[in-house]
Design a binder for this molecule. Structure first.
Ligand code: ATP
Ligand code: MG
Length: 380
């Protein structure tokens, strides 16, 4: 029987889930997204939209009435409401609620003996000072909830920044974490279907700028041992976390090649966008296969690929001219957002080594050239 699929969030991830659903039309009759922005990216890709906030109880109930399975593309759904619903929800609201709060996520990982940087809950300024004494500087002060693109993080490097950092969060619940002097940031996209089968994609390398993902390199340029360790950690993470779907597991590789988990996203992930061209099964199709209880698709990396995000430039907010890009082996995906804002994710492109003839440095050079040739310009 075909299923109606409800998605909380209709941004670019919801859009690419909607596009992937077209290949699974014998299993999915319709996609309905809940998103506050009228004509959101997923709606433009053919999803039906309920306009409403991700936490709005009535809107979530309306979505549930129209859906056989509910999933999400953002972590900030209302878990109190979700856990009361009769509809099938994947991944489960209990998994979502562990992950939603960075403190409970880190506590969960630590209880399951997964490697993470040392952390503490912070309840007041004195308490922060005390924990900094213990951890040593630098540290990252983090908002426990609703953070994305590093917007909920404050790096404290000297004692005179402590008060400013604390006040920056204006009473939000906080945690503090020892800063990891990492060699590299990497991630594993992993999936589990409702039958319990697990599949992981190859380790990729992530380059951030100003806390926002700028580039993903698939595969990561690391030793076989690091690949093995990261794979083990990803598998163990999946075994302890419940729920079906795709998860993005972000990790640091420290100076001694030790792996620490940074955080887990209970959803498709920006560092998995390369799979649209590099792997037989994209992370979006994999997520659908997982929550529908189908066999998981192959996660083999068929082509080396560099993914580059296209971000809104600083100092400009408004409608922008369409971006065009035509080059062999380069795949542009714009997210159909009407308005550019500083550092807003507007699209990405994948530079794919289709002929298996280039090394990563050549792909990186091409990606840089292409990036420099793209500019987001105001629409007259
Ligand atoms: P996103 O939405 O990009 O996943 P987020 O807002 O949830 O981000 P984090 O993933 O916690 O925030 O942090 C964003 C970036 O900040 C990380 O990718 C990493 O570069 C840096 N970062 C976070 N925690 C640490 C740490 N303990 N040590 C060093 N760098 C860190
Ligand atoms: Mg992150």
């Amino acid at each position: 029987m075909k299923k109606r699929l409800g998605v909380i969030g209709g941004g670019q991830l919801g859009m690419m889930i909607t596009e992937a659903a077209k290949n699974l039309s014998e299993h999915i009759s319709e996609i309905i997204v809940l998103d506050p922005t009228e004509n959101c990216p997923a709606a433009q890709a053919g999803a039906k939209q309920i306009v409403g906030d991700f936490k709005d109880e009535l809107a979530i109930l309306k979505l549930a009435e129209q859906s056989d399975i509910i999933t999400y593309e953002i972590e900030s759904g209302n878990t109190d409401v979700l856990s009361k619903l009769k509809a099938e929800i994947e991944p489960s609201p209990s998994t979502l609620s562990i992950i939603q709060d960075k403190l409970s996520q880190k506590t969960f990982l630590s209880e399951n003996e997964l490697p993470i940087s040392q952390f503490y809950e912070i309840t007041n300024l004195d308490n922060l000072r005390e924990k900094i004494n213990e951890l040593g500087l630098p540290v990252l002060l983090k908002s426990r909830r609703d953070a994305y693109d590093g917007r909920g993080n404050f790096k404290i490097t000297s004692p005179d920044e402590v008060e400013k950092a604390y006040q920056y969060f204006d009473g939000k619940s906080l945690m503090v974490e020892k800063f990891v002097n990492f060699k590299m940031e990497v991630s594993v996209i992993a999936a589990r279907n409702t039958k319990g089968d697990i599949a992981t994609y190859p380790l990729v390398e992530n380059i951030h700028e100003n806390n926002i993902l700028k580039m993903t390199i698939a595969p990561a340029r690391v030793s076989d041992n690091v690949i093995k360790d990261a794979g083990k950690i990803a598998k163990k993470t999946m075994e302890v976390l419940k729920g079906a779907g795709v998860f993005g597991i972000e990790m640091f590789i420290d100076q001694d090649d030790k792996i620490l988990i940074n955080e887990i996203a209970p959803r498709v992930h920006n560092s998995g966008h390369h799979t649209l061209q590099s792997c037989k099964t994209s992370q979006f199709e994999q997520h659908l296969r997982a929550i529908l209880g189908l066999e998981l698709g192959s996660t083999d990396l068929v082509h080396k690929t560099v993914m580059c995000n296209i971000l809104g430039p600083d100092g400009f907010e408004g409608k922008y001219k369409p971006v065009q890009l035509e080059k062999d082996g380069v795949y542009l995906k714009m997210y159909r957002k009407d308005v550019s804002k500083p550092q807003r994710k507007l699209g990405h492109f994948n530079v794919v080594d289709q002929s298996d003839s280039k090394d990563v440095s050549e792909l990186l050079e091409m990606a840089d050239e292409i990036k420099n040739s793209i500019s987001i310009n105001q629409l007259d």
